[in-house]
Design a protein around this ligand. Structure first.
Ligand SMILES: [Zn+2]
Length: 592
């Protein structure tokens, strides 16, 4: 379908950002020349003066606010039709400007970090710095790990040569892997990462087996290169941890996000305690799939064939509003507003970017890109993306520019809250047994993939880093042994642990952003806790949740979550999530 064939109410209204491309170009030229006229270097060395520092903060906020708006318009326009060169060129122009500004401002953090603690404390306590208190508190915290000027200079010089491991893996994984051909629907088909996922989800047993074996063989063929690349990446972490005097790589990663180590520990303790339920779930799958035995390549096959609720977009949106009714009238009104004000670009059109996302824009409202099809999954996608959108909308509306952007640690909570609420509503509203089973299976698979699988990865990363920190070299043998052992522990004895699965760690791109994946797990744990509280306690819990949604990055993420009644420094939310999984499995078995 071509874009111009879509009725206007199903397209987003980017005129809310700029009325025209000409307006964008005019603003870009204005920002560029105003930036060129600024003498940012003149601030350097003078930031101890309160008025100067405040002025610099205000100036840079003003600049970034305008540049981000330029960026948003360019990337949203580009995503409407990726074939248009015009907006790609807009995007690279803004990208260049952003990196110029960022590099001109790179003196600020080191200069602030070098201040005496008492100076920073005084600024933090000063009400004039209220928009920047959290930023300054983080700088104060990092002081303990900042080295002398000469040492910092060497670390800065080392940053570029040390960071190539992730690029090596990406190149290998995408350009040099030599995936072979395999049978699909009776034809020799070239394998790709995307097709592999599809075949493991909906291929025949023979196809899944063949694809699994051949896919892993491609990684096994280059396992020596991947081992050295991953080991290099871990050694890079160990280097910084040692240079900056952290207790461990994990501690360094968590401190950079201001998250207590107990959060990580609580996750792993709770997940390990709940593994018997995961084992039972795997056994239930084996029985339901009727396969006799389940292999690692059968894990992604859904237990219930698509029980699709086929609804036109407007009906689907109405269903989402009904499902999210427990969040109150104000939230429902915002959902209506988003639809009416055309925040959403609904349908797939020629050249449009695939997938779905929400993009916040500080000076207008958020925008949501969909490629809506009439399936149950896509109804959940609407709820998910509107969760992101309203989180952005409420944070933007209630926080100053410096504090509006929520961090990755909090980013998937609002979206998951919406999915879980909608799922529970749809489950309660239907008598259709097949749909009921489909929904429960959807929920269990989400928890398995987002909580258990990511916790398994988190355990692997932690153990690999601990080995390297203790001076033990990482080899293909000890990494595969470690991963295989974890796989046995997580999946239990209700599945065949095919030997290839020992190499799964070697194909996970996220491992090149160390200690990242645990955030998926804490996100779904938090969301489940929030939903349970809202359904049990009603309005007071909704009020707390809305406070969370309006908090942006006003302070550290764990404290912001406490506002919604979730304390990740305790076991409680983790236990709630595990119990939810157990209850969902029990409910599912009743329907079998
Ligand atoms: Zn999301």
């Amino acid at each position: 379908m071509e874009r111009k064939e879509v009725s206007i109410e199903y397209t987003w209204d980017l005129a809310d950002i700029y009325p025209s491309d000409e307006a964008w170009e005019k603003e870009f030229a204005a920002v560029e020349s105003e930036y060129a006229a600024l003498d940012l270097a003149a601030y350097s060395g003078k930031l101890q003066d309160k008025a100067t520092l405040l002025e610099l903060f205000a100036t840079t906020d003003g600049l970034f606010r305008r540049v981000e708006k330029l960026y948003s318009y360019a990337h949203l326009r580009r995503d409407e039709d990726m074939r248009q060169a015009k907006y790609s060129s807009y995007l690279s122009q803004v990208g260049l400007l952003i990196s110029k500004i960022a590099s001109a401002l790179s003196f600020i953090e080191p200069e602030l970090t070098a201040f005496d603690e008492s100076v920073l404390q005084a600024f933090i306590a000063d009400p004039d710095f209220v928009d920047y208190d959290y930023k300054l508190r983080k700088i104060l915290q990092s002081k303990a790990h900042v080295l002398s000027e000469a040492e910092e200079r060497i670390l800065a010089l080392a940053a570029d040569p040390l960071q190539g491991f992730s690029d090596v893996f990406t190149m290998l994984d995408n350009a040099n892997l030599n995936l072979p051909k395999a049978q699909l629907n009776g034809e020799e088909t070239q394998m790709s990462h995307g097709l592999y996922g599809l075949v493991l989800h909906s291929g025949t047993k023979e196809e899944r087996k063949e694809w699994f074996e051949k896919y892993y063989q491609a990684y096994i063929n280059v396992i020596d290169v991947i081992t050295q690349t991953y080991y290099g990446n871990v050694k890079q972490d160990v280097f910084y941890k040692t240079a900056r005097k952290y207790g461990s790589c994990l501690e360094m990663a968590l401190e950079s996000e201001d998250v207590a180590p107990s959060v990580y520990e609580n996750l792993l303790v709770a997940v390990n305690g709940a593994l018997p339920t995961l084992h039972e779930y795997i056994k239930t799958r084996t029985k339901e799939l009727g396969l006799g035995e389940q292999h690692m390549y059968d894990v992604y096959v859904p237990l219930v064939e698509n029980a699709d609720v086929k609804l036109p977009f407007n009906e689907a949106y109405k269903l989402v509003i009904k499902g999210l009714a427990p969040l109150g009238k104000d939230y429902a009104a915002l959902l209506e507003k988003g639809l009416k004000e055309r925040w959403i670009d609904v349908y797939e059109t020629d050249g449009k970017r695939n997938g779905a996302y929400s993009a916040g824009v500080y000076d207008t409202h958020p925008y949501v890109l969909l490629n809506y099809q009439e399936t149950t999954n896509e109804i959940f996608t609407i709820a998910h993306e509107m969760g992101h959108a309203l989180h952005s909308y409420l944070s933007v509306g209630n926080q100053p520019y410096a504090k509006h952007g929520y961090t990755i640690f909090l980013a998937e909570i609002a979206s998951t809250v919406n999915e879980v609420l909608l799922l529970k509503y749809m489950y309660g509203a239907t008598e259709d047994e097949k749909l009921k089973k489909f929904l429960l299976n959807y929920y269990m698979d989400s928890i398995r993939a987002t909580l258990f699988r990511q916790a398994q990865f988190a355990e692997f990363e932690q153990a690999a880093h601990e080995k390297a920190e203790a001076g033990e070299p990482l080899t293909k043998e000890n990494l595969c042994q470690l991963y295989y052992g974890l796989n046995q522990k997580y999946f239990g004895d209700g599945i065949v642990h095919d030997s290839q699965i020992a190499y799964e760690w070697a194909r996970i791109p996220h491992f090149y952003r160390s200690f990242y994946v645990y955030k998926y797990a804490t996100g779904i744990v938090s969301a489940i806790s929030i939903v349970k509280r809202i359904l049990m306690e009603g309005q007071p819990a909704v009020d707390d949740y809305v406070e969370f949604l309006t908090s942006g990055c006003a302070t550290d993420p764990v404290t912001i979550l406490k506002r919604a009644g979730v304390d990740l420094t305790t076991q409680a939310p983790f236990e709630t999530a595990m119990q939810e999984f157990e209850e969902t499995l029990a409910e599912f078995k009743k329907l079998c």
